[in-house]
Design a protein around this ligand. Sequence first.
Ligand code: ADP
Ligand code: MG
Length: 701
Amino acid sequence: MNANFLQTPIVYLKGVGPNRAETLKSELGVETYQDLLNLFPNRYIDKTQYYKIGQLQRSNADVQIIGKIINIKTVEQKRGTRLVARFKDDTGEIELVWFRGQKWIRENLKLNLPYVIFGKCNWYNGTFSMPHPEMEPLKEHQQGTKVYMQPVYPSTEKLSNKGITNKVISKLMQQLFIEINGKFTESLSDKLLYELKLLNKSESMFNIHFPKNQELLAKAQFRLKFEELFYIQLQLIGKNVSRKKKIKGFPFLEVGEYFKDFYNNKLPFELTGAQKRVIKEIRSDLGSNAQMNRLLQGDVGSGKTIVAVMTMLLAIDNSFQACLMAPTEILANQHFQGISELLEGTEITCALLTGSVKKSARKPIHEQLENGELNILIGTHALLEDKVKYKNLGIAIIDEQHRFGVAQRSKLWHKNEFPPHILVMTATPIPRTLAMSLYGDLDISVIDELPPGRKPIKTVHRYDANRLKVFRFIRDEIEKGRQVYVVYPLIQESEAMDYKDLMDGYESIARDFPQPKYQISIVHGQMKPADKDYEMERFVKGDTQIMVATTVIEVGVNVPNASVMIIESAERFGLSQLHQLRGRVGRGADQSYCILMTGHKLSNDSKTRLETMVATNDGFEIAEVDLKLRGPGDIMGTQQSGLLNLKIADIVKDNDILKSARFYALQLLKEDPSLSKPENLIIRHMYAQLVKHKNIWTYIS
Ligand code: ADP
Ligand code: MG
């Protein structure tokens, strides 16, 4: 069918009219014929199968059964009565139950006559029972027109109030199919259809709305999901390729003295295989003419900092400057200290710029940055201020990417005549599937190996009632010379209450761990940066044994001697946050522990989160569970959720199809980058259509 025809406003469809058009638009976003066609059913009611009573499962699914009523009676209940019939086939018996319309039913139902019944079966009091079944004598059922699988479309209260029921939508769909003659222009190439044994477009569209049977429905779903994901991947990958062609980066041709000297003489440890591989990937990007735009994923403690340092050295070797931006002051400080130490004995200059650096101290930094004396600038958001101008920024490294918005990233980008290379480091592993869809236009490196000798952190879940035991454990660990974190939730909406929790907790700990034997640090969001730093510093130096804090310490902080992480009200934290917090320990050679404290009342999701934390240390595994619990939109924040506005595919459930779609999109662009081969014209055409009508990727800017 002509693509322009499908852009016809829905108001012109027979049976719609201005009122319905308005409601369809506001409730379902359906404005055109195409939109209606893309309104895919949520589920289907299967009337192709007949179940035997003996086969019924406690699945609460709709079932269709043939049998007879052998007895019917009225049962008194607290309020009024119910009508109960025993319904039997040759494999067993169930109950049919009515609460309304009992008189009519009693008068009209015939005993011992074969009926086809349809409805949900509940497991109740040791038998299956079906309330208010749809019923039809078998004879009539066999003579009537056959309904196969009945689609159930998305609905809202307003839709049903306005009489746009599921039946009405089905009718409109039928009408639309009549108008377009059931014909759809094919939108995938013959090659793909053949290789993947896909149903063609017309058959897929027909069977998604009017499935003839389960098998054809499954094929239709597969094909349409594949198509949706394929075109998204094609677009993302295509964008990446053209970005690399268009946006020139500064080529760092040399691996010079700074890098070599560091690698040969200053590395404090042997790099892991994964670190070496990632550095190689970065080097090859930087050596090309394209601008690097790379996401570096590595679990907490996997050693991303050293990769960042060596990347910066490559820039400096080629006479460029580098910057490293962190989300918190604490982390920026720590990076500055750590990196300064690593670079000791070199001529490389390095400065720290955060919100609390005084005006007088900023001036020389600004100047040295502009005249090129300063090689490396480390800091927070302060790096984005207009006053911060580089002589020649060659690479920007952003730590803990998930805390920065896209807008902020592009701000960095626009600081230069040419965009600097960008390396985004994240310790919250984004599930691979999600990363592929969201960042198809970024290159991704993964550090999937921890430095040697790390012992997995032992994680346990304890109820508040066992606090005394937990305190005893803390005492023992401190006795061994270890340090302990105690973390409280801080959620903005209830800041005052959280603050009280933190202070109460602090007081109770101070009582149980009295001075002078024990020293306690406290860090929270309402403190002045200087006080925070002071408290943090005492803990880093080992002057205090216990650090009571809110989540400000979540990101990046590195105190290898700390071996116990206690998370209070752990049920209030998300999985990725729990994992981040746990990552603050287990950084030294000692066995480390994470104790998740909660009350007794826990939601199912909370239980799953706690169980997952206890079961695994693997950030990727945790990220996958998180994705399942929260859904992709939540994980990436509202900003990017439009990205996941898929019509039919589901990023979590259709992971395999996504992988295959990506594989074929990559292959296609490799073989025919401009999509100009005759056999790919269909794809080229579809691609152009989609871009024009912004159909599935309104999100791509
Ligand atoms: P993250 O990836 O969480 O930023 P860091 O870069 O802070 O991790 O590294 C965590 C700790 O591991 C640091 O103390 C660092 O010195 C150490 N480390 C990093 N790489 C190695 C390695 N290859 N061998 C031994 N220790 C390492
Ligand atoms: Mg880090």
